[in-house]
Design a protein around this ligand. Structure first.
Ligand code: DGJ
Length: 735
């Protein structure tokens, strides 16, 4: 059992071979965090550690001397002497926000239970994890608080969530309900997070912690491109390969808050959950509120160590369905090839060329429905435009399948335009506040998915579309943030539920569609990568990384994304040159060398390529197919960061490190630069490898590759110009 309870000292120890997490019930019944980190010995009692802090000026105490503001707490209460960010706010009928939850009882059980209506990591067999529900109780409001922890047996992972259950007659309102809090005893950390904007999502940001607070968040109704729901604390000396790091990832796709607070006594609080902005959840007798899950990862093998754990967990115990373990198809998407300007003939001409090149799936993007020839109309009218598709989606899908390709389609189910049949029939279905200006974004509005009838209606249309056509893949887009959040049917006391209920509605539509059509591969998307979060991965195994398909920019986007998310979850396409987002010219080789490290595809009109380029594309596709398993299911390691210089490198290794593919990219060319030795990582030091790139072949031990590096002729490399890249194929030789 990986969770033990020491009765006399009222201490819980969650541990596996790698980590320990220790919680103590303080004498006053509140929960304290004793330790979180590398595995330590289990013992009956850690109370010799005592309570931190003492009473002096400026310190409020509870229960005759406990300075809560210095205690490391599990789920801190507001307003009773701890002046840091609290984990929750519960408003009583009398207006008070004070509550005090104390230990009541606990249950330890094998396995992990699903979270109702929410995405979460899971187990396939009970022995994979052990869980505990620690039940706390507030006697004034007669409310229970259940803190759930799960520790995985073989991974340095603990998951956490909280549930409030109103047992009493009093009508309370939950005004804040975060998912997890960890207080660390020192501040010797740097905070790592992923920030950005449209077209430059998930850039790595690192800052040293100091007293005060630093936070990232979203109040946009979705996780957003600006900040990913992820934060890590790493030791100052931690690198990609060595040192301690604690990662926190929030399995949710809506508003979030991740806050890191350092006290003048150098305790560091990390606290995460649904953003309290515009959140108020009434609870009457019998009601409960379940928070989403936070996944906590510990590694002492640097950021790569943390990422390896996230990748493994998310690829195998968050993603579901038959595509979880299947190789993902090489697709071609017509968005950058045609935008809205297409008809069946044009689509088929691209599909034919794609088939000839070896592509496996054709994806028809935006513009196939209603009057959608421009982006100000028709969202919600999910039936084909006969002028463009005279034989409908079903006719086109049959023709594409007859060519020998699978067919996929783009949808944006959460949206409508005022210029649409849907809006004309149901003007009150959009999220907007009465008598106020309705902000527009791409001339569209968000449908109110907090209302089940809206979700039902969209489900009906999409189910019909999918059922009537040969659809193997769905790209689910979402192209605006939520403003003027208000539901036309919710009463005043329920408006604070709308933003969360909306996300629950999105999840419920996904769930219904994947249950009814389990063979479909879903790829989520939000103006590129504005909703690349673990919540989405529970429903859609892939996410479109970014609308920015430029190879040089993608180095940063994919490098940052890989901090948390596995390669096969990242949609990555080769697009036209000059690139449509930054007008940069790059070679077709470099474009593919970047996109190979993801769920690979193309997004251009192959008919417009030269014979030479088309030949290269065919070779790229053959190469990817041969090595797809390695790219999509191998272990990925970042080696040199695009955020730190002109060079990026990374590697993906296969089972037992017997094969690997590494890449080396140089953004700008360098005259008379230093000699190049490409030092790799993640190989078996004792294996003797064949290393090849272009026309070069070397035989080297793993130690040589990792310590001396693969020699690259600078003079030859310089001829490639800017945005040059090399791909190294590495295979162990039979000994
Ligand atoms: C935004 C997406 O990120 C693009 O790939 C494309 O699908 C457009 N929307 C279509 O409107």
């Amino acid at each position: 059992m990986a969770i033990v309870y020491h009765e006399a000292a009222r201490t819980f120890h969650l541990y596996n071979g790698q980590i320990s997490y220790i919680i103590e019930v303080m004498p006053n019944g509140m929960l304290k965090n004793v330790y979180y980190g590398k595995r330590i010995h289990d013992r009956e009692d850690y109370s010799y550690q005592g309570n931190d802090g003492f009473l002096m000026h400026g310190v409020c105490s509870v229960d005759g001397g406990l300075a809560l503001q210095h205690q490391r707490q599990e789920y801190p209460a507001p307003g009773i002497g701890d002046f840091r960010e609290s984990a929750f706010l519960l408003r009583q009928e009398n207006g008070s926000h004070i509550s005090r939850f104390v230990y009541s009882y606990h249950t330890i059980y094998e396995g992990k239970r699903p979270l109702e209506h929410l995405p979460a990591t899971y187990v396939e067999e009970k022995r994979e994890a052990t869980s505990i529900d620690i039940v706390l109780y507030d006697n004034v409001t007669d409310t229970e608080l259940i803190l759930t922890y799960t520790i995985y047996e073989d991974l340095a992972v603990i998951t956490r969530s909280a549930r409030f259950l109103q047992k009493g007659e009093e009508k309370v309102v939950l005004e804040k309900a975060l998912s997890a809090c960890v207080d660390f005893p020192d501040k010797d950390f740097e905070m790592v997070h992923l920030s950005g904007a449209w077209g430059r999502e998930r850039q790595i940001k690192i800052r040293k912690l100091e007293e005060g607070t630093q936070s990232i968040d979203s109040i946009r109704g979705v996780s957003g491109a600006e900040h990913n729901p992820f934060v890590a604390l790493k030791r100052l000396s931690t690198t990609e390969f060595t040192g301690e790091v604690y990662g926190f990832s929030f399995v949710y796709s809506g508003n979030f808050l991740a806050k890191v607070e350092v006290t003048p006594h150098e305790i560091t609080r990390v606290i995460l959950g649904i953003n309290p902005y515009n959140f108020a959840w009434p609870l009457k007798k019998g009601d409960s509120f379940q928070t989403p899950e936070v996944v906590m990862v510990y590694s002492e093998e640097g950021l790569n160590g943390m990422s390896r754990i996230f990748h493994k967990l998310y690829a195998s115990r968050l993603v579901r369905g038959e595509w979880r373990d299947r190789e993902r198809p090489i697709l071609i998407n017509n968005w950058e090839a045609t935008y809205f300007d297409f008809d069946e003939e044009k689509i088929l001409s691209i599909a034919e060329k794609a088939k000839e090149a070896g592509i496996e799936l054709f994806v028809l993007d935006d513009g196939w429905y209603g009057e959608r020839n421009i982006d100000d109309r028709s969202l919600g009218d999910w039936y084909p435009n006969p002028k463009k598709l005279p034989h409908g989606v079903s006719g086109l899908s049959e023709k594409v399948e007859a060519l020998g390709l699978k067919f996929g389609i783009w949808i944006e189910p959460e949206m409508t335009n005022k210029n649409s049949d849907l809006y004309r029939a149901h003007p009150d279905w959009i999220i907007s506040t009465p008598d106020r200006y309705e902000s527009m974004c791409r001339t569209q509005h968000i449908l109110d998915y907090s209302r089940p009838e809206v979700v039902d209606y969209i489900f009906g249309l999409l189910d019909k579309l999918i059922t009537e056509s040969k659809i193997s893949y769905v790209k689910w887009d979402m192209n605006r943030y939520m403003s003027e959040a208000y539901s036309r049917t919710a009463t005043a006391d329920k408006q604070g539920m709308v933003m969360h209920k909306h996300i629950l509605g999105v999840y419920s539509l996904y769930e219904r569609l994947i249950r009814k059509h389990p063979k479909i591969l879903f790829e989520s998307c939000a103006s590129g990568g504005a909703r690349f979060d673990p919540g989405m991965l529970f429903y859609a195994p892939q996410t479109w990384c970014s609308d920015n398909t430029d190879a040089a920019e993608r180095l940063k986007i994919q490098y940052g994304t890989s901090l948390v998310y596995p390669l096969r979850s990242m949609g990555a396409h080769v697009s036209a040159s000059p690139n449509h987002q930054v007008n940069r010219v790059t070679s077709i080789e470099t474009r593919a060398n970047v996109a190979f490290f993801g769920a690979f595809g193309y997004e251009l009109d192959l008919n417009k390529l030269s014979e030479e380029e088309l030949k290269t594309v065919k070779e790229q596709i053959a190469f990817y197919k041969k090595n797809r398993r390695l790219f999509q299911f191998g272990e990925f390691l970042r080696i040199r960061s695009p955020f730190e210089g002109n060079v990026t490198s990374w590697i993906v290794t296969g089972p037992e490190k017997k094969e690997a593919i590494a890449a080396y990219y140089q953004v700008l060319n360098v005259a008379n630069g230093p000699w190049i030795k490409v030092k790799l990582a993640g190989l078996d030091p004792d294996l003797f490898y064949r290393v090849s790139y272009e026309d070069k072949v070397y035989e080297m031990y793993g130690t040589e590759i990792m310590q001396i590096g693969i020699p690259v002729d600078r003079k030859e490399f310089t001829k490639k110009g800017d945005f040059a890249s090399l791909l190294f194929l590495i295979t162990a030789k039979e000994s």
